[in-house]
Design a protein around this ligand. Structure first.
Ligand SMILES: [Zn+2]
Ligand SMILES: [Zn+2]
Length: 158
């Protein structure tokens, strides 16, 4: 529950703040040094602002458009985004530990074949005699491992 509250709370804050620079009084006329003109917004914006074609607005210090939240990540909500990804990563480890123990219980002792059929669940189903139930559990657990490694990759390499 604690993880869920933190993940969804940060996600809610992320999509509910104003990411644009509407409060900024931008200079009219030719863009001054450090500012740039956006032809879509018909307005001058500060440095490092970028126009998002999906949100159709210029976002201050735009990082990327988050497809999970359906909202841009920028100057005003980057803090919530990083906190959300952090809590997702920790929750993923927590879930994966329990999942992995369950897979070991179901599959028995993990030898070479057990590890191979964990990394390639469909091979275990086609050639190893794993039944549908075991294959489904193994596949879900593998997807969990894969997703958490993606979230960790984000935290590590940003
Ligand atoms: Zn724009
Ligand atoms: Zn966007």
């Amino acid at each position: 529950m604690w993880f869920a509250v933190n993940i969804y709370g940060n996600m809610y804050k992320m999509v509910s703040v104003d990411i644009t620079g509407r409060h900024i009084i931008s200079p009219t006329g030719d863009a001054p040094k450090g500012w740039k003109y956006c032809p879509d917004c018909v307005k001058n914006w500060p440095e490092r602002s970028h126009h998002c074609p999906l949100c159709d607005v210029c976002v201050l210090k735009r990082d990327h458009h988050c497809f999970f939240a359906g909202y841009c990540v920028g100057y005003h909500n980057h803090r919530y985004y990083v906190a959300m990804v952090f809590y997702i990563s920790v929750a993923a480890i927590y879930g994966n530990i329990f999942n992995f123990e369950f897979v070991r219980d179901v599959k028995g002792e993990l030898g070479i074949w057990g590890i191979l059929s964990f990394l390639l669940p469909h091979v275990g189903f086609l050639f190893g005699g794993d039944d549908f139930y075991v294959t489904g559990i193994t596949m879900l657990t593998f997807i969990g491992f894969y997703c958490s490694s993606c979230f960790f990759g984000y935290l590590e390499f940003r």
